[in-house]
Write a protein that binds this ligand. Structure first.
Ligand SMILES: Nc1ncnc2c1ncn2[C@@H]1O[C@H](COP(=O)(O)OP(=O)(O)OP(=O)(O)O)[C@@H](O)[C@H]1O
Ligand SMILES: [Mg+2]
Length: 223
């Protein structure tokens, strides 16, 4: 078991704490924040509560998301490099002193520190030309691979610059948990789903650049 007792997370989202692996600094360990999972569970209507806590367990959902059809197909065809072009390499789950952790590649900046998010980049540098091109490459990758994601949010995308140009990696929000598997087999349906996610991402990027006087929820309704 990995002991995280003396470790501090390098970053935290609402649902998970992210640690550098104490024995291998190239790996990221994500453990659930039980207090927030419980709060989310309690806020649900009773009908959804019947479906259980696993449905809102982001680690369990992420493990499932990595088994999605498009990823399985690329891996079985020997095209793993294509999968990891915009996703941190994923190594499954391991037990830690803080419960089960999902293990993935820790994305680093050019100084060897955990890389910053797209949200951070946009705030500090704006939506400059190199980032517009990085967004273009990321969106094209989703369309080419057919990999399904939830809504794409700037704080769930991390920016690396190891090749001299910014590159986006999706660190959270893989998969399409609300979609029945059968639909994902209907020809053209995946393409339609991805196109909708990309349109919404474009809108989100426009909102990020706005003065944000209007909330994101309202901004979406106005468009
Ligand atoms: N593989 C990684 N490499 C570098 N940084 C990462 C990695 N994974 C996560 N991070 C950082 O940790 C933060 C939180 O991770 P993550 O988004 O997985 O947590 P979460 O609690 O599931 O998020 P949310 O609040 O969106 O549900 C990210 O916004 C990012 O800054
Ligand atoms: Mg997140």
């Amino acid at each position: 078991m990995i002991d995280l007792g003396t470790c501090q997370p390098f970053a935290s989202g609402y649902n998970r704490h992210c640690f550098r692996h104490p024995d291998d600094p190239s790996l990221c360990l994500k453990v659930l924040r039980p207090e927030n999972i419980e709060a989310r569970y309690q806020r649900q209507p009773w009908a959804k509560k019947l479906l259980g806590r696993r449905r809102i367990d982001d680690n369990a959902q992420e493990l499932k998301a990595h088994r999605q059809r498009a990823i399985r197909r690329l891996l079985s065809r020997g095209e793993a490099e294509m999968v990891w072009q915009h996703l941190p390499r994923f190594y499954g789950a391991e037990l830690t002193s803080l419960g089960s952790a999902n293990v993935s590649e820790l994305l680093l900046d050019d100084q060897g520190k955990p890389a910053q998010t797209l949200e951070h980049y946009l705030r500090h540098r704006g939506f400059d030309q190199p980032m517009r091109e990085a967004v273009g490459r990321f969106c094209e990758w989703l369309q080419t691979t057919g990999i399904l994601t939830r809504n794409l949010l700037p704080h769930n995308l991390v920016v690396t610059a190891l090749s001299g140009q910014p590159e986006l990696f999706l660190v959270d929000g893989l998969g399409a948990p609300t979609i029945p598997q059968t639909l994902a087999r209907v020809p053209g349906w995946n393409r339609h789903y991805i196109a909708r996610k990309l349109a919404r991402f474009e809108l989100r990027l426009a909102w990020e650049q706005s003065d944000q006087m209007v909330s994101w929820e309202r901004f979406q309704r106005l468009k």
